[in-house]
Every structure is written in structure tokens, then in C-alpha cells.
Design a protein around this ligand. Sequence first.
Ligand code: CMC
Length: 384
Amino acid sequence: MTAVSTKVQGVDKGLEHTIASESEMSFIDGAKGILEYVGIPIGDLAQYSSYEEVVYLLWNKKLPTSTELDSFVKEIRDASELPEPMWDVIKQIPIEAAPMAALRTMVSSLSLYDEESEDDSVESNHRKSIRILARVPVLIANFDRHRKHREFIRPDKHLSMAGSFIKMLTGKEPTESMAKALDTCLVLHVDHGLNASTFAAIVTISTLSDMYSAVTTAIGTLKGPLHGGANEAVMRMLQEIGEVDQVQSFIEGKLERKEKIMGFGHRVYKVWDPRAIYLRGFSEQLAADTGNQKLFAMSDAIEKIMEQRVGDRGIHPNVDFYSATTYRSLGLEIDLFTPMFAMSRVAGWAGHCMEQLSDNRIMRPRCAYTGPHEAPYTPIENRG
Ligand code: CMC
């Protein structure tokens, strides 16, 4: 008889020291502040690549040739039309709903109108990943139109994902600079190792559930303020502070009360998050171009105080801190910030799910039981 190991290591709270999967997509060195996608530094990709090109890189582990990129982009654009019943699904969502809650429901509903939703072949999962990727921007923008009682706008197949999203959201042709800025944000958010939402996605797919369920799970996980919801929380904090001269007392007060400052700290980075470095410069420029200098000045003042007070503890701005000012300068409403994050991260979630399925084992960690043993059973009439 083979011995079965039941040995459980000590509790790893928050799974900080647990490596739960292997991936060839993003590499993070939290001590040196390095982030690479398939070995290429994030700064180079943010500067020179489009979002679609980076998604190709992550899923195929190589940069595309121009022919490969053209056909990948075409595949995405061709898949962007929503199944017709989805327009009615959007109309049924209460206009007061939070966009992340609406997105969770809309992506889940997409599966009901996909004949392949239960097909778990490699080819089908690739096709579904493309469909989800292509349709999420359509859902986010058109939910926003629905809640504003505006007519729906279908995706524009001549535009990049970022450009088409802007057109659906605003009803206007996107300017080149705005489409490029949004595209850069998408590149910076697309993947980041085994963050909470990606982990949630692969837990779901590891049961051999389906791609839509995995992405729906991930959206629910991204929504929280300790994860993707932090960008909205940063913006609300900036609004609450109101003026640059109020920053000092606001931040000092929070730190004294041992409250967290949103947009700071990271499980992996103990030096500056390289995405935050990029976004800092980017948001400064955008804020100046769009008359949002006060927002940037407040963010800058918060950063300086935080660096002085907690920088030596490895708490620095993360990706969500300067993305708040960036999105605001681009004219996005606050509750669309986290959906923007989701719109990009869909590609990371799908990529990790495809990797997980290529060498799957169900995710099933253990918990350390801390309750009593051999407790007496008390009949209900004797319980006080
Ligand atoms: N402000 C003040 N103190 C902080 C902060 C912060 N933002 N982040 C961590 N700390 C302190 C924390 O209070 C704790 O102190 P002590 O040891 O005295 O109890 C210590 O640093 C360790 O913090 P932790 O919460 O145990 O660290 P973690 O690795 O479990 O959590 C985190 C990481 C990102 C959830 C956390 O830093 C945080 O809550 N930050 C604010 C929310 C945020 O910006 N989230 C976005 C994360 S990055 C992108 C993303 O995933 O979306």
C-alpha cells in the first residue's frame, strides 16, 4: 500500500509565501521593482506596443509579426458584436447599479448566449477568450449609456479596442491622443502574476468549470478596494481632501488612526511599482494637458508625506494611485475606473486560465482547524 501524505505545513495567511501555479506571462521582482511581460520590460511595451499586440504576446509567448497582428486584431474586432439578446440584458439592469456589479452580471450572462460555453477544448477556450476580451468594452460602455438613458452604440470595427471603447462611451470619434493614452493604461494593467482576481479565476477554471465562470469570479474579486477597487477609492479620497493644503492633516490623521491610504502598499513590491513610476509621469502630463493640475498636485503631496512616513517600511504608490488621476484627466467617471482595470485584465485572467488548463490540478488548499474536538452533542431542548 502506498503511504498517503497528510502532512500540512503551517498556516500561510494570505498565501504570501505560496507558489500556486506556473506562468510564462508576467515576471515580477518586487525587491528590484521589475515587471516584464514574457521577458520584455513593461516600460518598453507601454511606449511602443498596442494593447492588442501585448495580448498576443501574453497568449502566444512571442511578439506578433505584422501579418499575425493584423489577423489577431481582425479576430478580436469580428468577435466584438454582442449576441442580440444581450442588449435586452443590459436594459434590464437597474440604472443605479454599480458598473462593476453590472459587469459581473453581464459577463455571466454572455455565457448563456454562447453555444460553446461548455466546450472545454483548447480551441474553444481560445475563441471564448477572444470573445470575452472583445465584448467587455462593449458591455461597460453601453451599460454607461443605458444608465444615462442614451442610445446604444455598437463597436467600431475600424478602431482599436481603446478607440472603439471611447467612441461607444462618449458617442464621439476618439482623438488620437486619448485613444493612445487609454491604450497605454490597458497595456499597464493587463497582467500581474497571481494577484487575487487571477488566482480566483484559476481556482474556478481548475475545477473544469468554464471560461465565463472564471472571468465572472475574477470580476467579483477585482472589485474589492484592497485590489482593483483601490483606484476608485483613491479618487474618492482626493475628492474628500479637496485642496492641496488639506493633504498633510488628512494623511497624518489617517496614519495616526492606523487607517490605510488607498493606492499605497503592495504584497510583492517593496520598492516603487514600475507601473506607478510610468503612470506618475503620464498622469502629470495628462493633468497639465486637461487642466487637472490640482489633482496631480494633491497626489504628489500625498506621495511625499507617505514616502517620509512609511517609505522605509516598503510602502510606496502602487498601480492604482496614479491611475486615478490618469483616468480622471481622461474624463472617465469614478465608478468606471475599476471596470477599465477589468477591461484590460480580462486578457491576463484568460491567459492564466488557458495555462492552468494545459497542466491542470484542482486548486484545493487546506485550512487549519481551530475549533474543539469530541464535543458533546446537546439535544435542542437542553441548549441555553
Ligand atoms: N497605508 C498605510 N499602511 C499600510 C498600507 C497603506 N496603504 N498598506 C500596508 N500598510 C501597512 C499595514 O497597516 C501593515 O502595518 P502593520 O504591520 O503595522 O499592521 C503593513 O503595512 C503590512 O500591510 P498588510 O495589509 O498586511 O499587507 P498585505 O501585503 O497583506 O496587503 C495591500 C497589501 C495592497 C492589500 C495593502 O498594502 C493595502 O491594503 N493597500 C491599500 C489598498 C490598495 O491600494 N490596493 C491596491 C493594491 S495594488 C493593485 C491591485 O491589486 O489592484
